[in-house]
Design a protein around this ligand. Structure first.
Ligand code: TRP
Ligand code: SF4
Length: 434
């Protein structure tokens, strides 16, 4: 099985996804966790340990997300923004890319149109949701991103891209280039102009995993050192290039000595520095500290970017939530009346008849209305648990439950609308031209 970032597939079996793709279970004890974390909606991660350490030690870290300006913003998109805003509250530097090159390559949407959609719909709503000052930029305008895409492209090739993305002979070249631009997005935030090397988290749905793996592979390919455990259980720092081997080893030795490691054994013939007092749990720290050494030798040294994976919201009609199917999604620009109509027509986990439901209860885990409450509308965990239990026990009926959700959606949309209207004057503080 291969994940295709541009297909409209729904991936639902999250433990299978974790196993098959090597995504780790998300078990971090986050400070003052947002409900998406409390409720297990963030189900997995790659490399989040580095970000978690930065949060705990109050060090710098970055969060990056992207929007494809091809349709209006819906509640599925809001989920990602909720996380970005949460990370911002923990001190993250926020970057948001408007993926106009991707929108053009994959959907044929011109840059001007993309800009209009991005600013009027997405950015206005981001601010209304509570995003503070951030860097929102356009792929097509940020030369450091496209330059990086060209440079990093040197360490991959067409057959690798085919294997990852399933490209074929008729894939247009802008589309082929789009993943490299996305890697450029993800890694450029660690260039000195944007804050330097530091842990970076990219919150995504699992459909974006190919881009994440690709970014992590490319970041690793550009490192000059590899820190790893050897077969005989020693921690070793290995130089990956053939140039400056002695100098690199000497600098690495100095660096780790400063960190307090004394029992070191350098074997230039193996391009290795063995660290006899170190253990596996030190690898990440050692690896990160060597980045500054690599930079002295002119390397593009990036911390391996991390990702968290969120469950995809089910569409209200039971399929995928998608901009191209208006009945499936609640758009943040929907008039409350329309949103309520969508909820009215939505697929629930209710039984075939009221009697049946009173007898056997409903199935909240198969209900799109419950999902709305779980992901977005009910803040209090006890209240949500009560709703869940009352549904299971047959005390809660779908008609009233839908009314309840409609009421909350109406309040939410009205409130958001007011805020996004008044945000219109501040849009330029957020969007940067380069
Ligand atoms: N491909 C992403 C999407 O479909 C958009 C995107 C572009 C992105 N660059 C990014 C997402 C960098 C995260 C990080 O949604
Ligand atoms: Fe869904 Fe509510 Fe019906 Fe339960 S009662 S199935 S949560 S709509």
């Amino acid at each position: 099985m291969r994940i295709d970032p541009w297909a409209s597939t729904q991936y639902k079996d999250y433990s299978m996804l974790r196993e098959q793709f090597g995504i780790q279970e998300f078990k971090f004890d986050m400070p003052d966790p947002h409900k998406l974390f409390r409720r297990g909606i963030i189900f997995g991660h790659r490399g989040f340990d580095s970000v978690y350490s930065a949060i705990k030690e109050k060090k710098k870290f970055a969060v990056l997300t992207g929007l494809v300006p091809s349709g209006p913003m819906h509640l599925g998109h809001k989920m990602t923004m909720d996380q970005v805003i949460y990370y911002q509250s923990l001190g993250a530097d926020v970057f948001i890319t408007v993926a106009d090159i991707e929108a053009f390559g994959v959907r044929g949407i011109g840059f001007e149109k993309a800009k209009e959609i991005a600013i009027n719909d997405y950015v206005a709503n981001y601010i209304a949701l509570g995003l503070k000052k951030s860097q929102i930029y356009f792929q097509s305008k940020r030369k450091n991103v496209t330059d990086l895409a060209y440079k990093l492209g040197r360490k991959t090739n067409l057959s690798e891209m085919r294997a990852i993305y399933g490209f074929n002979d008729s894939t247009n070249m802008t589309h082929v280039f789009a993943p490299l631009v996305q890697v450029g997005d993800i890694l450029h935030v660690q260039m000195d102009e944007y804050g330097g090397p530091r842990p970076t988290v990219v919150p995504v749905g699992v459909d974006q995993d190919p881009h994440i793996r690709f970014s992590r592979d490319i970041a690793a390919a550009h490192r000059l050192f590899n820190v790893t455990e050897t077969k005989d259980k020693k921690i070793g720092v290995f130089v990956k290039t053939d140039e400056n081997v002695d100098k690199l080893l000497n600098e690495a030795e100095k660096k780790v000595r400063n960190m307090g490691y004394a029992d070191l054994k350098k074997i230039p013939k193996y391009k290795a520095l063995y660290m006899l007092g170190a253990s596996v749990s030190d690898i990440q720290k050692i690896d990160e500290s060597l980045i500054s050494v690599e930079k002295k030798f002119g390397g593009h040294a990036f911390c391996s970017p991390a990702a968290t994976y969120q469950r995809l919201m089910t569409g209200l009609t039971g399929g995928k939530m998608s901009s191209s199917e208006p009945g499936s999604a609640i758009f943040l620009s929907d008039a409350p009346r329309d949103a309520k109509k969508k909820i009215k027509n939505s697929k629930t986990g209710g039984a075939v008849s009221l009697e049946e439901q009173k007898k056997h209860g409903g199935k909240p885990e198969e209900c799109t209305v419950y999902e709305l409450l779980l992901y977005h509308l009910v803040e209090n965990d006890n209240e949500l648990e009560e709703i869940y239990n009352n549904c299971r026990s047959g005390e809660r009926m779908c008609g009233r439950c839908k009314d309840f959700a409609s009421q909350l959606v109406e309040e939410f949309l009205k409130n958001l609308k007011e805020k996004s209207e008044s945000a219109k004057d501040t849009l330029n503080d957020y969007v940067v031209d380069e």
